[in-house]
Design a protein around this ligand. Structure first.
Ligand code: GAF
Length: 387
């Protein structure tokens, strides 16, 4: 199957060899089976790390504060001073600054280091290359400087790096999945308590197919933050009648519906989507337990509909692919994945149909949008680790 994963060139392999890393870390992206935009509402999600990642090669460089981080994919180096980092640089460099600054805020000391990174994670595809970048660097520095940060501290500081230095007010799902996942398992995570279960994930003869729209509409960061605010606005209003609720996770649909007329329709829709999506994640967890993939797939379609019509974070390309999948019985479920406005659909598809379907979807998508679709499978993998 064709994919858009970049292989290391012989020159890059040589560059990595000559670098003589002291620490090497593999930091994966993630998929999310169901539970979208629920994490920052203290709700439920079902992600796992996947077999696509960023690899970090790190070593100390004997200076007190000088750092050099090179992206082999971008052929670009970010050079900075730990004591006065550039907070306004290109977007990818702000993730780096974010991580070193958040580590310092936790009272850990760093000294000069050099880092090479190579990614085979498609960027902007909604499979969280950002969390892989933040968490992988944090894991590498933790090992290189013996910082004694726990996995959860790495998750939390990486999320804060994104809030404070990139400006996306993301939830915790992506970082949690990138760090805590286990091969052949999915995580069922309660984003309020951070209690989680690693659930064995064997869906044969089905598989997870990701179809990358190769579009990334510029709304993604701004609208993401708007959605978060809209949910908070909904909670604030609901607290008039239900003072005990802290987040939409505490609200029942009947409670919301009882006050429908007091809500702006948009805010009502946002809240009802989140409440329904939390219920879908719980239903999906039961379906998975019973190996009822048909029900699981229907819940995925339900999730997409909510994201399309109530939460309004989908786009024509994602809707087209989701509708297209409905024509085939060998596909049990499909939905947009991640923040939205582009990126991938995740398809629960019979393995025997994967090649044929990929060709059909590519042809139809090209005809409709004149854009090439890329496809790849995702296997649940271990979270980030030193290799
Ligand atoms: C992005 C965010 F980073 C996550 O925290 C999550 O909210 C997701 O969008 C939507 O479910 O990936």
């Amino acid at each position: 199957m064709q994919n858009n994963i970049i292989a290391q060139s012989p020159e890059q392999v040589a560059q990595i060899g000559n670098f003589k890393a002291e620490v090497t870390v593999n930091s994966p992206g993630r998929v999310n089976l169901i539970g979208e935009h629920t994490d920052y509402n203290n709700g439920f999600v079902m992600p796992t790390a996947i077999d696509k990642s960023i690899v970090f090669y790190l070593k100390k460089n004997k200076t007190e504060t000088q750092c050099r981080v090179t992206s082999l994919n971008f052929e670009s180096t970010y050079q900075f001073d730990l004591s006065k980092p550039d907070e306004q640089g290109e977007e990818w460099t702000r993730y780096i600054t974010g991580v070193t600054e958040e580590i310092k805020k936790r009272g850990r000391s760093l000294s000069g280091f050099d880092c090479l990174m190579f990614s085979n994670l498609p960027m902007g595809a909604g499979i969280s290359s950002s969390a892989a970048l933040e968490c992988g660097l944090a894991e590498g520095l933790n090992e290189l400087f013996s910082l004694n940060l726990s996995p959860l501290e790495i998750v939390e500081l990486s999320q804060k790096a994104e809030h404070n230095y990139v400006g996306t007010m993301c939830g915790i799902m992506d970082q949690f999945a990138s760090v805590m996942s286990k091969e052949n398992h999915v995580i069922q995570l309660d984003c309020q308590s951070l209690d989680y279960k690693l659930v064995p994930f064997n869906i044969e003869p089905y598989a997870l197919l990701l179809l990358n729209t190769n579009v990334s509409h510029s709304l993604s960061t701004s609208e993401y933050n708007v959605r978060r605010k809209e949910c908070e606005q909904g909670v604030k209003l609901l607290q008039k009648w239900y003072p005990d609720i802290q987040s939409l996770r505490d609200v029942k649909l009947e409670q919301l519906e009882a006050h429908k007329n007091d809500f702006e329709p948009v805010i009502f829709d946002r809240c009802s989507y989140v409440i329904e999506e939390n219920a879908r994640v719980n239903a999906a967890a039961s379906a998975l337990e019973q190996n009822d993939l048909k029900t699981f797939g229907e819940l995925m379609y339900g999730s997409h509909e909510g994201l399309q019509h109530k939460y309004e974070v989908s786009c024509n390309e994602l809707d087209f692919l989701t509708d297209f999948s409905r024509n085939y019985d060998a596909i049990l479920g499909c939905r947009m994945m991640g923040g939205g406005f582009g990126g991938c659909t995740i398809n629960l598809i019979h393995q025997d149909f994967m090649e044929e379907y990929t060709a059909l979807a590519k042809k139809a998508y090209k005809e409709k949008f004149d854009i090439s679709l890329s496809a790849f499978t995702a296997m649940p993998a271990d979270g980030g680790k030193v290799i």
